[in-house]
Each structure stands twice: as structure tokens, then as C-alpha cells.
Design a protein around this ligand. Sequence first.
Ligand SMILES: Cc1cc2nc3c(=O)[nH]c(=O)nc-3n(C[C@H](O)[C@H](O)[C@H](O)COP(=O)(O)O)c2cc1C
Length: 123
Amino acid sequence: MKASLSTSIGTLTLERPTILASGILGISLNIFERLYRAGAGAVVTKSLSKEPWDGYANPTIFSVKGGGWLNAVGLSNPGAPNFAKMITSNKDVPIIVSLVGQWRMTLILWSGSLKTARFQPMN
Ligand SMILES: Cc1cc2nc3c(=O)[nH]c(=O)nc-3n(C[C@H](O)[C@H](O)[C@H](O)COP(=O)(O)O)c2cc1C
């Protein structure tokens, strides 16, 4: 008898419980298919915004004195609508989409204390 590793997260049922973390290997469907065939239960996309984001200018990776690396790419991505077009041929890979957005925050201070805080969604 073959053991089942099937697991559920809300309404999503996966054959296997391992999920690739967001952004680790980009957003190529070809790579997502290879990861799924290699045993991943699902993959999480790089975080996608409503409009394309350029991210930070290079260099985006620094070596740290004493060992290790620091990396800040700035969530560069082609935008969720373009990503949706890129995966139209997907047949069976469970793809979990990570979405990112921005909020504009308005704070009104009066005599040093907070009077009002307002949040508005941006892209
Ligand atoms: C190259 C690279 C790109 C990443 N891109 C994203 C991203 O787009 N969105 C996100 O939420 N996390 C992103 N992450 C963070 C990873 O999903 C993960 O949270 C992080 O590597 C920490 O993993 P750990 O909790 O297993 O240590 C990225 C990580 C790496 C190394």
C-alpha cells in the first residue's frame, strides 16, 4: 500500500505537504513544472503587484564582512495581470500567488499626540 502525504490548507488539497517559499526561484512556469515533478506539493510565486514594479537599482546584493550576504531586490515583478498571461498553459501545478501592495498613510499630529490616522491603498 502506498502511503498518502495528501494535506489540505483551507479548500486547497495538495498531494504532498512541501511548498516552495515565495520568490525563491522566480515566476517561470517551466521552473514551477520542474519543481512540481521533482516533488514539491505547491509553489508560491514571487510577490506580484497590480502594476509592474522595477525594484531597486543594482547592486541588490552585498557580501557582509565576516561572512554572509544581504539581499534586497525591491520586489521587482511584471505585475499580476502579466503573470496571469504567463501561466495560461498550466495544467496541474498548484500555484499559490503572493500579492503585494502599498498603502499611503496620513497621520495628523496635534501637540505631539496622534489625532487621526488614515490609510489609503495605492498600487
Ligand atoms: C531570492 C529570493 C526572493 C524572494 N522573494 C520573495 C518575494 O517576492 N516575496 C516574499 O514574500 N518573500 C520573498 N522571499 C522570502 C522567502 O519567501 C522566505 O520567506 C525567506 O527566504 C525566509 O525563509 P525561511 O523563513 O524559510 O527562512 C525571497 C527570498 C529569496 C531568497
